[in-house]
Design a protein around this ligand. Structure first.
Ligand code: NAD
Length: 290
């Protein structure tokens, strides 16, 4: 397939490399001038999109996606698919899809989970919103870049699934960390805490697969001095998107709102920036109730 790839950062770079390794013809563009081995380098986003059957975007946020979409949609061939894999607000995803469809293009919002490791290993999970026709065209590309693609419904639903999942993740990580810190103060060993909770009703992905306590449970960023992993500022971004969506939809999300506040102070006022999101545990460890 002839593919345009716009945004070749931590995620986009390895995703594009996997498509090239599978034999696709990739033309890339990134404002920072980064390139990927084996891709043709375009001089603009519009040039990368011209003549492509699928244009993939992997960009930092909704405002950037909207401005890139405005530039590439007129350059794309009718019938081609605009496949956005960035994590953005539901509103921007729906607006971009509407503009693409009005120009005779297919459009998919397909945010991912799996992080940089999943991007490099081709094991991402895609949560996809958009038409069944566009989903079928992009299917072979999801198979290369990932291990699973779930069609969640019409445009915007991929982003909706992503932010709901990550709201649960943020809340359960905080709950897991505060419970570990309480257990410390009650004289319970971390190993005992893990052994009980990971096999009891308090279990979760945060406890069982990504335990925030160093030396306990499976290998996780806690065992590597909380180097990300999934950085606290990315969790902050996703919690912000979930609260933006909750406000627009008039949904009551008190735990999501509190998780956003805690990650905001952690990243903006404490030492959370650049650390894994599970470094909430050392944050709670050092605090009392005051
Ligand atoms: P990144 O900052 O490493 O990459 C984004 C790239 O987009 C950069 O190289 C930047 O130069 C480029 N860019 C910015 N504006 C552009 C423009 N106008 N035209 C062309 N290129 C432009 O970020 P990332 O970690 O690759 O994340 C990309 C997206 O994936 C984000 O939406 C993020 O939330 C999401 N995501 C990231 C992770 C992760 O673990 N890093 C996990 C899941 C989802």
């Amino acid at each position: 397939m002839k593919i345009g790839f716009i945004g070749l950062g931590n995620m986009g770079g390895p995703m594009a490399a996997n498509l090239i390794a599978a034999g696709h013809d990739v033309t890339g563009f990134d404002v920072a001038g980064v390139s990927v081995e084996g891709a043709s380098q375009a001089s603009s986003a519009a040039a990368a999109a011209t003549g492509a059957e699928v244009v993939i975007t992997m960009l930092p946020n909704g405002a950037i996606l909207r401005s890139v979409a405005e530039e590439i949609i007129p350059a794309m061939t009718p019938g081609a698919v605009l496949l956005d894999c960035s994590t953005v607000d539901v509103e921007s995803a729906r607006a971009v899809a509407e503009a693409a469809q009005a120009a005779g293009l297919g459009a998919l919002d397909a945010p991912v989970s799996g992080g940089i490791g999943g991007a490099a290993g081709g094991t991402l999970t895609f949560m996809v919103g958009g038409s069944a026709e566009a989903f079928a065209i992009a299917g072979p590309l999801f198979d290369i870049m990932g291990q699973k693609a779930v069609h969640c419904g019409p445009s915007g639903n991929g982003q909706a699934a992503k932010i709901c999942n990550n709201m649960i993740l943020g809340v359960t990580m905080i709950a897991t960390c505060e419970a570990f810190a309480l257990a410390d103060k009650l004289g319970l060993s971390r190993e005992a805490m893990f052994d009980v909770v990971s096999t009891s009703s308090g279990y979760s992905w945060s406890m069982n697969a990504y335990c925030p306590a160093p030396g306990v449970g499976p290998q996780s960023p806690a065992d590597n001095d909380y180097k990300p992993g999934f950085a606290a500022e990315l969790m902050l971004k996703d919690l912000g998107l979930s609260q933006q969506a909750a406000e627009a939809a008039d949904a009551d999300t008190p735990m999501g709102a509190r998780a956003l506040e805690l990650y905001r102070s952690f990243v903006e006022e404490e030492d959370g920036r650049g650390r894994d999101f599970s470094a909430m545990l050392p944050r709670f460890e050092g605090r009392g109730r005051g």
